[in-house]
Ligand binder design. Sequence first.
Ligand code: C2E
Ligand code: CA
Ligand code: CA
Length: 419
Amino acid sequence: MVVIDLDRFKVINDSLGHRAGDDLLREVAERLKRAVRGVDTTARLGGDEFVLLLNGPVTHAEAVAVGTRAIQLMEPSMRLLGIDVHISPSIGIAFYPRDALSVDTLLARADAAMYSAKERGRNNVQCYAEGMSTVTQESVKLESELHEALRSEQFELQYQPKVDTLTGRINSAEALIRWRHPQRGLLPPGAFIGIADECGLLDDIGEWVLFEACRQAKAWQRAGLPHLRVAVNLASSQFRLANLVDQIRRALEAVDLDPQLLEVELTESAVMSDAEESIVILEAISSMGVLVSVDDFGTGYSSMSYLRRFPIDKLKIDRCFVEEMTRRPEDASIVGAIISLAHSLQMKVIAEGVETSEQLALLAQLGCDQYQGFFFSPALSPAQFVALVKKSNAGQPDLTEDEAARTHSKLAGVKRLRR
Ligand code: C2E
Ligand code: CA
Ligand code: CA
């Protein structure tokens, strides 16, 4: 059994469109048919994964020769939408009955060999070897489950309130993904984001998150919470997607959401790698009216000259500094420095991972604009979240974040005067 997976097919599909992607798959199928004999079977398993079943007794060398021929047949470029496109396959082979006796196991082992081909720099053929499956089998399983999860909508979003430090008002929510796994229950992102990223699924999951979060923000608006903003985490790979800006625009348009009600959270390392390109992307996002936050600030390396040039609205101080800030003066100093830096660059600051009233008091004293953390609330289901907003914001004027910020500086001024 020969499993063939196309390298970086997703990039072509995303950049040239699904129709061109379909044309490419058809061409690949035609070429694969030429790699095998009439008695063999050529099939497409789904997505960009093909399988060749070599009939009858086949030696190791013969099977590898078929794989090598398949690679050679893919070499000539294909013309799609007037562009010459090159595609390369990663190929894994497993033998019946040597490697497995059941179809499922045989396929899993050929898949494991295919992953090993990808690990070896793609565009090559690998045969299954003992031990290959131990790690990969688990991730192969998880990967197919992730595909299914996307198809049958097993993902859901929870929302953690972002709170105004001075007024205690909730003005936005961070969307955090969860996977309602049919057997394993509700899984946190740490259990699957890594694998999803590796197998190229994170961009599709991220697109779902973006659309779902916008839909939710619109629903809140309709439910009488007109100024509640939603923040979406973008993975580094998503940030570099050619169609990200278009994706954001479509998500907003799909539900007719005011761009001001959407915020994207990007990690420091994502925006700082290839900073020149980042400027272009950030400008495009920001000019739509969407807010840009830098997540986990302080854990990566920021170039101050870029920080000044990026259209960034907010810095989010990483949890690791907040955690110890009431015990370690150094951490409090760093938090204070980040707050000064942000404010002097006309940015807002939010602290994450606030778990105690002491931390909150210190943050307020240092002038931190917003915070989130278990002290106020963990991430909640949409229904719980709405209930909490109604309770905590009751009796407070219904302001946009900007209006609240102005009241904020007035309040801060009054406090200073009183002191
Ligand atoms: P993050 O963006 O830094 O999100 C904050 C994480 O800290 C969340 O974990 C949140 O539940 C947790 N947290 C919040 N307050 C506290 C606190 O007071 N104490 C402690 N100890 N933890 C707190 P979660 O939901 O497990 O998310 C983990 C990471 O997964 C996120 O880190 C983010 O990087 C990623 N993630 C979550 N949702 C998405 C998504 O939709 N797309 C992408 N690309 N990444 C996501
Ligand atoms: Ca975040
Ligand atoms: Ca963080």
